[in-house]
Design a protein around this ligand. Sequence first.
Ligand SMILES: Cc1cc2nc3c(=O)[nH]c(=O)nc-3n(C[C@H](O)[C@H](O)[C@H](O)COP(=O)(O)OP(=O)(O)OC[C@H]3O[C@@H](n4cnc5c(N)ncnc54)[C@H](O)[C@@H]3O)c2cc1C
Length: 397
Amino acid sequence: MTAYYLSEANLDVTVVEKNSILSGITSKLNGKICLNQGIFHETINNYGYKMAKNYYDYTIMAQQEYKRIISELNIDCEFKKEESYLYSITDNEFIKNEKEALESLDKKVYQDENFPLNLNISNHLKIKDDYTIDIFKFLSNLPFKFKIYENACATKIGDEVVINNMYHLTYDKLIVCTNMPPKNSKMVYTKTYASTAYTSLFKGNITNLFLEDKKEGLSIRNFKGNVVLCGLDHDTGYVDDINKFKTLHKHYETMFKKEKSLLNLSNQDVMSLDKMPLVIDDGNVITITAFNKWGLTNSIICAKVTLELINDEKFINPFAINRFKISFKLVRRNIGQLLKGTFNSPKIELLSENNNRARCRHQNALLKYNTNTNQFECTAHGSTYSKDGEVKNGPAI
Ligand SMILES: Cc1cc2nc3c(=O)[nH]c(=O)nc-3n(C[C@H](O)[C@H](O)[C@H](O)COP(=O)(O)OP(=O)(O)OC[C@H]3O[C@@H](n4cnc5c(N)ncnc54)[C@H](O)[C@@H]3O)c2cc1C
């Protein structure tokens, strides 16, 4: 999206992509462009009304931008309004507070008697006009007026970008759009953390989007005539003993009926301490990160802000990283995990379930094995590896 916005503004853009364009997680889902993220009460409480209103307005802007682009380019991508629900099994107050927060920000929120899922909930709220989109159809129909280098991995970022350890690219402005930044730009590693979430796909039918409050953080939605259950998040590298996919299957069984899952997968996303995205302006490098699992909304927000930053020197970045302080838990985690063991280059062939000294190629932090996914997870910056040492998710390359 950033490349699209910059090229729409007639800037000369080149995209460097490790695999092929649209091969990442973004293009594999039926996306929701949601206001209903369950964060507004907490944001008002912890960071003030102004910050919450700012994110609220930007989220509405993102929904409007999808509408504008789709209508101008006449893209058929199943973009439509869809009701979204936020519910809690135990915490009546959470929903009440979120409802009040949304209404104070100018959003009409509903609470009808009927909750459409077979769940014993304590409270829920509904927003009538969130949106859904087939993001693959949308992105693959955007006119790419920029150069794309595929199978081009950025292996080093400095005054130049080194591609595949071989080619050097110069730039005026470098925009790093990433799950987890490869560099600790402006102390980003002490203000963000990677989170692992689990997804199971089942045969079935459902309309609307359902989000549970933070307890297990389940989301339930349709995907091409199937039902998708996501959630059970934990900080990457810090999994507990609960069998994640079995738990998701049990939840499905409670709500619908016994059904074998068609697909199980896990993925990483980066979270910021205040659950809003980051646009880190560091001289001639701008890093866009911390999508907090809402990449469809937050990528547009970050793209617009990046364009403003490039075009207008006086523009004040509303998603700058200095808006919150470092977390000492994350500082301790970083230092602790990096110091454990030796600083030799890790030998990936040593990876095995029982090897608790395996280390990440990125900055040598300790790797932990996750039995749900059969992958190794970096305990500092969230990289993941298959059993045979292939990088599944960065910042390791
Ligand atoms: C099941 C599921 C449902 C979701 N539902 C929603 C939803 O409804 N609404 C919503 O807003 N969000 C949703 N999300 C979250 C959303 O998908 C993510 O926030 C978003 O897709 C992340 O975008 P990204 O660009 O960071 O990652 P990606 O799409 O994975 O893109 C990153 C790209 O960077 C490339 N890359 C990585 N390292 C390098 C390198 N060194 N050099 C060159 N290229 C590199 C990768 O190859 C990849 O193509 C969902 C996620 C999941 C898993």
